[in-house]
Ligand binder design. Structure first.
Ligand code: SF4
Length: 437
């Protein structure tokens, strides 16, 4: 069996390096003005892109240029010029959403590989065939499809590469073509400026004039009921300390569906989240890397497809990151999306520090502290190859003073008692210290 490609988000060069260190086969990244990530995007100019593409190719990996903005007339020319310059850097493919741009690229740069963005909302085999016949080599399917629908498209079009989202946030609209953010904050989601309005907390106030003095908060339990359909279940407006999240969807986690997606011969498994932290990215990439590799090994050993299972270690890696609560997306059917979720903490611990460098003479790490931790805490070291307990003998703060506790937002040095087995993990951009709680 050919292993599917594991495709990870790269919000900047550092994230890209972590994604590769933890097992991604390819990354996607784009220019702020022309991909749907206008803010918090580290690929600000052609030099950044050139460095990313060159780094990926040096490792024998791939770099896809996300160019999936939905341009208005005024942006067309600038977008064309930006694409022509970026194509010269030789990314492995362009991810494009706008049909006009797909047609134009086929004319002016027929040699360039085009992947059709999820923003183009491909939901059936006729649409997929249309894009294939136009010269698109890969279609990124809508996140809202069921597994059976995806399998049918693959069966009918075996020569077309299909990419599916396996992990990350989903929109409450159909894969992004949404105006909610425009309405709430005047930030256009279709130009990459979405402010995640659907995922933010909302509060219900008694007074319709928010600026007036007796602006009152409702206290209690509330339900939203469609008045013309009293038989429908009311939507709960449960509040936590921040507010209610009734439009916020749970995140996709398709780790348990990996064996079926692999058995169907799907080509690429995509992880969402160009703004996620390097820790989140590393753990999620590691989880799917382990899942793909262990399922591939089982298929190779002749295990019956319905008996192939994802390991507990893969699931555990997912549990190490925060999220909005997980669901298998729409793969298992139409009902799992849940707009009441808010935030679920990672299980059994949290990231204590990101390791910046290792000094073998003193057996110490220079770290960037993420959450406070003490010399006596139970700690473990997370690396691309696995995890190992980590005993600390001494600590120094950013001024070089001996301390027994390090604080977030600072750098420090952590001296290890014993870590012989860890010394083999000397890759840059790869270590974390995790605090076990
Ligand atoms: S507001 Fe929510 S649904 Fe709309 S584009 Fe942004 S994330 Fe997606």
């Amino acid at each position: 069996m050919q292993k599917p490609e594991l495709l990870a988000p790269a919000g900047d060069l550092i994230r890209m390096k972590y994604a590769f260190a933890y097992g991604a086969d390819a990354v996607y990244a784009g220019q702020p003005a022309f991909s749907l990530r206008a803010r918090e995007n580290g690929f600000k100019n052609l030099d950044d892109l050139a460095e990313g593409i060159e780094y990926a190719h040096r490792l024998g990996k791939k770099f896809y240029l996300t160019s999936n903005v939905i341009p208005r007339n005024v942006k067309v020319e600038a977008f064309q010029n930006a694409l022509l310059s970026a194509i010269d850097l030789k990314p492995d493919a362009l991810i494009v959403a706008d049909p006009g741009f797909v047609g134009w690229l086929r004319e002016v740069r027929p040699e360039v590989e085009i992947h059709l963005s999820v923003q183009a909302n491909t939901t059936n085999y006729l649409a997929a065939k249309f894009w294939r016949d136009l010269g698109v080599s890969r279609v990124i399917l809508s996140r809202e499809l069921r597994l059976s629908e995806i399998l049918e498209i693959k069966k009918r079009l075996p020569d077309l590469e299909l990419e599916v989202f396996v992990h990350g946030a989903v929109c409450m609209s159909m894969s992004g073509r949404c105006m909610l953010s425009n309405w709430v904050t005047r930030r256009d989601a279709n130009q990459g400026a979405c402010d995640n309005s659907c995922r933010m907390p909302y509060r219900l106030y008694a007074n319709p004039e928010p600026q007036c003095e007796n602006y009152q908060e409702h206290v209690g339990e509330f339900r939203l009921q469609r008045t013309d359909r009293p038989e429908l279940d009311p939507i709960a407006l449960d509040e936590d300390t921040w507010g209610t999240y009734f439009m916020s969807s749970r995140d996709i986690c398709a780790i348990d569906v990996i064996p079926e997606l692999m058995a169907a011969g799907l080509d690429t498994f995509k992880i969402e989240g160009r703004t996620k932290s390097v820790y989140y990215l590393s753990q999620v990439v590691r989880a799917y890397r382990m899942a793909i590799d262990s399922c591939a090994a089982q298929f190779e050993q002749g295990v019956e497809p319905e008996l192939v299972k994802v390991s507990e270690e893969s699931r555990r890696a997912i549990s190490f990151v925060d999220g909005r609560g997980f669901m298998p997306g729409f793969l298992r059917g139409p009902l799992p999306q849940n707009y009441e979720s808010t935030h679920e903490e990672a299980a059994g611990g949290c990231v204590a520090a990101q390791v910046l460098s290792y000094d073998s003479n003193t057996n110490s790490f220079r770290v960037n502290v993420k959450t406070p931790f003490s010399i006596d805490d139970s700690l473990e070291l997370m690396t691309p190859s696995g995890m190992a307990p980590c005993k600390v003998s001494a600590m120094k703060d950013f001024k070089g003073a001996d301390v027994d506790r390090l604080h977030p937002g600072t750098e420090g040095v952590v001296f290890l008692q014993d870590c012989d087995e860890l010394l083999s993990f000397k890759m840059p951009y790869s270590f974390f210290v995790r605090k076990i709680t």
